[in-house]
Design a protein. Structure first.
Length: 584
């Protein structure tokens, strides 16, 4: 990344997270999540009792309980396979095991499979020079630095290149910026995780096949595996993002894990060679222990000790495959982790290794109960209407009649983290109105952002589904509200918006502070994601992080400002009072 791009990246972060500027985008918003994703049941594996397929029911119970009760882990959906049978699956209210979910960097494994299929076809080789697929850059001044760069280096993440994920927020010409960015080291010298490597591989697939990456994989992988309900975002260049942007259900993710266990065969049909899968799961790049317990293969992670491997995406998207036990664990979540620090993955490694085949009737009963009420204990929205709920409603609702105005802010209905990832700025929520739904005890929440109005119906302690279109991108949303009393017996209203296809959810809290109504907006995961990024050593070579961690800009101060951006408290001013103030 040249100095101008580095400064542009700094500006986006500063404007959005530090200054709180509503319109922080440097490039025009480009809708990429253009499909409305819905849960659709597709063929899956039969169920079996854990004991019959070599699984310890008690340890499986401990694993399920950890995932269900952890607010930090924030697991959305999970499925566990053993010997090709499903021994456990569950989803939190608002989510589904059949709903496509943002996979983030888990997408990279699919791109690696596409490259492998072309290697099997004799059209590619890991030793191919990358520049051979981009003749338009051969005569450029920077091309000499890329002369030794091969597909192997892109697949094994051993390219130390300044143009990385941050470029998404400042560039709409990924390919050009990739090749005009100077290499820091000779390719192959060290691990340097960079999603732009995967993007370039996606471009190569499209150039070699003269088809889109999705079209190629649909014919060769997805359709044969009965995976039809998926979506892959495309860049401004019209190419699938390769290293991110894929939406898959947790069941589809588990199927891909089984393909690896089956060594490339799917019900008797070979989809990819055993040789390529062995190459993908082989250790190619040693990864610092600070990042996690896995080294890097070809677009997936290999455990440093036990031979298991992992398809991994940030915020807790994981497919863990343990060949020795014929286990596949697939999880979608909203965990604040960046790599392999997800609470759910740690629980799998702790509870599901070295199991013996035993089970009890009590454990089976408890697992069924957990699956039915998955995530309820960790939820801020109770699954029942309490007496406090009634009292709080009676005291608070009269004060919530009418339309309320909010001071200038850069908060939106979509979580801030999602808006940063999608390059979807907002003018800020300028007004909010609460009105009763025509039927039942639901509430219709109406938000004004710039010239747009969004209407969301929420159930009382139960999630109600709706659809939002924001900047041309379509989102399914599950909304529920609950009222309660603080320790000081002050009433409050809490609204939770769960986006079944996203890792992030939005939480709104309305309460009186010093006699004035306020709105606090938080999200899960929230500022902890940025905190983890700043405090990790992963990005120590990033121009942006070097700038942010200089002595004149201490991280602790920045984190306080960032935390405020992720959790602002806004005064709710009755519109009638605002008009009176203007007249006087």
């Amino acid at each position: 990344m040249d100095i101008s791009n580095a400064l542009s990246a700094i500006r986006v972060v500063y404007d959005c997270l530090i200054k709180g500027k509503p319109d922080f985008a440097l490039i025009p918003p480009h809708p990429t999540k253009t499909a409305l994703l819905l849960p659709i049941r597709e063929p899956y594996f039969p169920s079996a009792r854990p004991k019959r397929v070599g699984v310890d029911g008690e340890r499986l119970l401990a694993f399920a309980r950890t995932l269900s009760e952890s607010r930090e882990g924030n697991v959305h959906a999970v499925t566990v396979l053993s010997q090709g049978k499903c021994v456990f699956e569950a989803a939190k209210a608002g989510y589904s095991v059949d709903m496509p979910h943002a996979a983030f960097s888990l997408s990279k494994t699919l791109t690696g499979l596409a490259i492998g299929m072309l290697v099997d076809d004799g059209k590619l080789s890991p030793t191919d020079p990358v520049l051979s697929f981009f003749p338009e850059f051969k005569g450029k001044r920077a091309s000499a630095k890329f002369k030794s760069l091969t597909l192997h280096h892109l697949l094994s993440m051993s390219v130390n290149l300044p143009f990385n994920e941050i470029g998404v927020a400042i560039s709409d010409t990924y390919t050009k910026d990739f090749f005009e960015s100077g290499l820091r080291d000779k390719p192959g010298e060290e691990f340097a995780y960079n999603s732009m490597c995967s993007y370039i591989l996606a471009v190569i697939v499209t150039r070699v096949t003269e088809r889109s990456l999705s079209e190629f994989l649909d014919e060769r992988l997805f359709a044969p595996m009965d995976i039809h309900n998926y979506f892959w975002e495309k860049s401004c260049e019209g190419v699938e993002k390769g290293g991110w942007g894929l939406y898959l259900s947790v069941k589809a993710m588990a199927k891909l894990g089984m393909l690896f266990l089956n060594r490339g065969e799917w019900y008797g049909k070979r989809l990819i060679s055993e040789k390529w899968l062995a190459r993908m799961t082989e250790r190619h790049t040693e990864v610092p222990n600070a990042i996690g317990r896995f080294d890097y293969g070809y677009h997936l992670w290999r455990h440093k000790e036990n031979g298991s491997f992992l398809f991994n995406g940030m915020l807790g998207q994981n497919v863990w495959v343990y060949p020795e036990r014929q286990l596949v664990v697939a999880i979608t979540a909203g965990d604040p982790c960046l790599f392999q620090d997800a609470l759910s993955l740690k629980a799998a490694l702790r509870e599901l290794l070295g199991m013996t085949a035993c089970d009890t009737r009590r454990a089976r009963r408890e697992r069924r109960e957990i699956a039915r009420h998955f995530g309820e204990k960790a939820s801020l929205i109770p699954p029942y209407i309490s007496f406090e709920n009634h009292e709080a409603r009676e005291r608070l609702f009269p004060a919530l009649e009418g339309r309320f105005l909010l001071h200038e802010n850069n908060s939106g209905v979509l979580p801030l983290l999602t808006r940063l990832i999608q390059n979807s700025p907002t003018k800020g929520i300028s007004a909010i109105t609460l009105s009763p739904c025509k039927k039942g005890d639901g509430i219709l929440f109406s938000f004004t952002e710039g010239k747009e109005n969004y209407h969301i119906a929420a159930g009382n302690c139960r999630f109600v589904y709706g659809i939002l279109t924001i900047h041309g991108e379509k989102y399914r949303v599950a909304a529920a509200y609950a009222c309660g009393l603080t320790e000081e017996r002050e009433p409050y209203l809490r609204l939770e918006l769960r986006f079944p296809a996203l890792a992030s959810s939005r939480l709104l809290l309305i309460r009186p502070i010093h006699g004035k109504l306020t709105l606090t907006l938080t999200e899960a995961p929230g500022y902890e994601v940025v905190e983890n990024l700043l405090r990790s050593g992963v990005g120590e070579k990033s121009d942006l992080l070097e700038f942010l961690t200089k002595p004149k800009s201490p991280a602790d101060f920045l984190l306080r400002r960032i935390k405020a951006a992720f959790a602002p408290t806004l005064r709710m001013i009755p519109e009638s009072d605002a008009h009176k103030a203007k007249k006087t």
